[in-house]
Design a binder for this molecule. Sequence first.
Ligand SMILES: Cc1cc2nc3c(=O)[nH]c(=O)nc-3n(C[C@H](O)[C@H](O)[C@H](O)COP(=O)(O)O)c2cc1C
Length: 382
Amino acid sequence: MRLLTAGESHGPAVLAVLDGVPAGLAIAPADIDVDLRRRQLGYGRGARQRIERDAVRITGGVRQGRTTGAPIALEIANRDAVNWERVMSVEPIAEPPDPVTRLRPGHADLAGALKFGHDDVRDVIERASARETAARVAAGGVAKALLRAVGTVVESETKAIGDVAGAVGFDREAVEASEVRSGDSERSAAMVAAIAAAREAGDTLGGIVALRAIAVVPGLGSFAEWDRRLDGRIAQALMSIQSAKGVQFADAFAAARERGSAVHDPIVVRDGAFTRSRNRAGGLEGGVTNGQDIVVEVAFKPISTLMKPLASADLRTGEPAPAHVERSDVCIVPAAGVVAEAMLALVLADALCEKFGNDNVDDLCAAVERYRRRLHPIDQRR
Ligand SMILES: Cc1cc2nc3c(=O)[nH]c(=O)nc-3n(C[C@H](O)[C@H](O)[C@H](O)COP(=O)(O)O)c2cc1C
């Protein structure tokens, strides 16, 4: 499965092309729009989210409600684009817009301008912007539909915002009802207060998202080659999210300080199949799914656009200058959870197709069914 995204933050649309989805999968724009809407929510988002009403337009790969096996083309219009027509004009205009030259520390501004030779940081901002994650979430909606066909569900919860943190319970109703996507109502209120205080101070906050995939097909990924290890592929996909700075499976950093006897999950036989009596591995051993829930966390740094800007420099003159300020989010952790779900779903759907084939969804489901029967060796030996 391959995903390519395109489009600028304030251009006409963001686009995703997802190739390798089996034919015959039922999909409707509404299935995707649910997650696009969830990505826009969350206390701490900027004014942009009041302008956008993200909805997908499927322009390829789906006919009569089912995938055809051709690349799936997804388009999400940027309603804000009408306010940026001059700045984002494809054709050169007589009076060019003022360039952005004051670099934001922590953003892609300086790295991108130097690398590509831009003297207007706008050329970097437009694509480094996490508006691109709308395309990922749309593609993730298709991946989730495929995973649902074999019973796998991916979900997320905010575990921490700033220094407000606690254990997660993945109570879906409570999580979705919370403005910060935390299932604990007291913690949720404290997170909202922390974001409000950061905004008041012209500052920003990061945090941690917890992710879980349940009813995962065992045997996805492989220990045999470095680039087939699924834990590595999941980590890469999650780390690729704008402002993600760390990934851990289960409580890996705490486990690194403990003894092996406390960390490894004893193997037991239940209902004729091998399983584990706990899940400190986070659902993968040897880079292969073991049928336990995949449990993974992603750390997101605080947003780098600050209303009280840091000291910086001007790209053109090199003179000291405060960083560029533009409309921005204060905290994106709740939205990042929805993006992270999409990335995890895309990797799992890809690994599923790799193992069971991606021509036709019924063939894939039948192959999974047959394989699951084979995973009950104790019954078969009797
Ligand atoms: C959902 C989401 C929304 C974001 N919104 C903003 C924003 O409004 N302002 C900002 O400066 N960064 C925002 N970011 C983060 C930047 O896109 C990111 O910091 C930048 O691309 C540089 O990449 P890096 O932080 O991974 O190094 C957002 C990230 C996500 C996941």
